[in-house]
Design a protein around this ligand. Structure first.
Ligand code: C2E
Ligand code: MG
Ligand code: MG
Ligand code: MG
Length: 280
């Protein structure tokens, strides 16, 4: 009986796996050409100072302008790009594009760029970052690299050295998705991040969940005591803004202030300052 059950399960899942594999292969092949065809673009989401609601920087978020599927969000292709190693070239393109865009902004705002963990375990990242800065002329202090907490990155001495080299060069390093990943507290002890980004999941429930409120309060205080800045992700309501401000969180990002926008829209927004940024 156990055998029959096993076989049954196997057969039930086989067609779906086939489909999945075929879909992935197609996506993989499509992705390979996308970089050469120039189908990727960066959108920018404003990051604001919570006290004044003035823009302090932008996070660069990659999108794929697919000829058939339209604008594809990173969640649909970054994982495949990571598994196939394409993320290394895509990541280098993102760095170069973001630095060049930011260098041309009419106001010296900061630009935050997401780095994949796969980029870290591939040699050449420091060179790619240095090249992006040099070619664009962007001062290192205006670049912030975001690394996600969702994998154990800094257990590794080589990765730690790379991060220290960034900080020594004056580049800011933020810990993304704080609170969702591994060993948050030991991370903060192991490396002097410039900033921690409190994950959206805590922000979204801050108004109805005492636990979330407590966690955000503790994270903000901890960061402050360690000399790190804090930014809250995914702020959507005025109440969330109010609470985060009261907790002493310095910066925020979310639909309340602005959605990710095409790079071409950024200069106008910067020139409109110091008007308040409104949800778009
Ligand atoms: P992330 O770095 O945590 O980026 C924040 C995500 O939250 C973005 O999704 C953003 O559009 C979304 N978001 C911002 N404000 C709000 C809000 O108020 N409400 C809600 N519901 N969502 C909000 P996006 O652009 O789809 O990116 C998803 C993830 O893909 C990013 O998460 C990041 O991990 C990854 N990613 C994006 N661009 C790149 C890139 O250039 N390189 C790498 N390696 N990863 C990237
Ligand atoms: Mg990020
Ligand atoms: Mg994040
Ligand atoms: Mg997040």
């Amino acid at each position: 009986r156990a055998k029959a059950g096993h076989r049954g399960t196997f057969h039930a899942f086989e067609p779906r796996m086939d489909e999945e594999v075929r879909g992935r292969r197609a996506l993989e092949q499509d992705l390979r050409g996308a970089l050469e065809r120039g189908e990727f673009e960066l959108h920018y989401q404003p990051q604001v100072d919570l006290a004044t609601e003035l823009v302090s920087g932008f996070e660069a978020l990659v999108r794929w302008r697919h000829p058939v599927r339209g604008l594809v969000e990173p969640g649909a292709f970054i994982p495949v790009a990571e598994e196939t190693g394409l993320i290394v070239r895509l990541g280098a393109w993102v760095l170069a594009r973001a630095c060049a865009d930011a260098a041309a902004w009419p106001v010296p705002a900061r630009v935050a760029v997401n780095l994949s963990p796969v980029q870290f375990i591939t040699p050449g990242l420091p060179e790619a970052v240095a090249a992006a800065l040099e070619r664009s002329g962007l001062p290192p202090g205006r670049l912030e690299l975001e690394i996600t907490e969702s994998v154990r990155l800094i257990d590794n001495d080589t990765n730690l050295l790379v991060l220290h080299a960034f900080r020594d060069a004056g580049i800011q390093v933020a810990l993304d998705d704080f609170g969702t990943g591994f060993a948050s507290l030991s991370y903060l002890r192991a490396f002097p991040f410039s900033k921690i980004k409190i994950d959206r999941s805590f922000v979204s429930d801050i108004g109805r969940d005492e636990g979330c409120l407590a966690i955000v309060r503790a994270a903000t205080r901890l960061a402050r005591d360690l000399g790190m800045d804090t930014i809250a992700e995914g702020i959507e309501t005025p109440l969330q803004l109010l609470q985060l401000r009261q907790l002493g969180c310095a910066e925020g990002q979310g639909y309340l202030f602005g959605r990710p926008m095409p790079g071409a829209d950024v200069p106008a927004l910067l020139l409109a300052e110091p008007r308040r940024v409104v949800a778009g």
